[in-house]
Ligand binder design. Structure first.
Ligand code: AMP
Length: 122
């Protein structure tokens, strides 16, 4: 794959772009979102960029999807009260900008809880 075709997350995984990495496993990495939308906002990302979105990931490698959920819970246990919101934007009109599947892990952290009814705000 030509260098400029690789996703920004692949370049973070390769160490070419700095990121605040909070988990680095064999198949999954997690780092802080550069534009946080909640007190805790992490991106949980498979190291492969083979899957563009969660539908493709679920069909192609359900174990890897399960690992992402497991890592999300582990990080929520560390960084929030263990409760969290997990979002997979799927498609540009849902807000997806990076077509390398990733989960947004949102949590209230120590600054308070996420509010009910805040999903889907424009
Ligand atoms: P999405 O819009 O669902 O595709 O999510 C992409 C996310 O990646 C956005 O929330 C961005 O803020 C985040 N992002 C983009 N570049 C970086 C970066 N270099 N480091 C950390 N997060 C990033």
């Amino acid at each position: 794959m030509a260098e400029d075709e690789r996703s920004i997350f692949t370049r973070i995984i390769a160490g070419e772009i700095p990121a605040d990495v909070v988990f680095d496993g064999e198949r999954v990495i997690a780092f802080r979102d550069i534009n946080p939308q909640a007190p805790v906002h992490l991106l949980v990302v498979p190291k492969t960029e083979k899957y563009r979105n969660v539908t493709e990931l679920a069909a192609g490698d359900p174990e890897l999807l399960a690992e992402i959920v497991s890592v999300a819970q582990r990080l929520a246990d560390e960084q929030t009260n263990g409760e969290y919101r997990l979002i997979f934007n799927t498609g540009a009109s849902s807000g997806q900008t990076v077509f390398h599947v990733h989960a947004h892990l949102l949590g209230g952290g120590t600054d308070g809880a996420l509010s009910e009814g805040t999903l889907g705000k424009l």
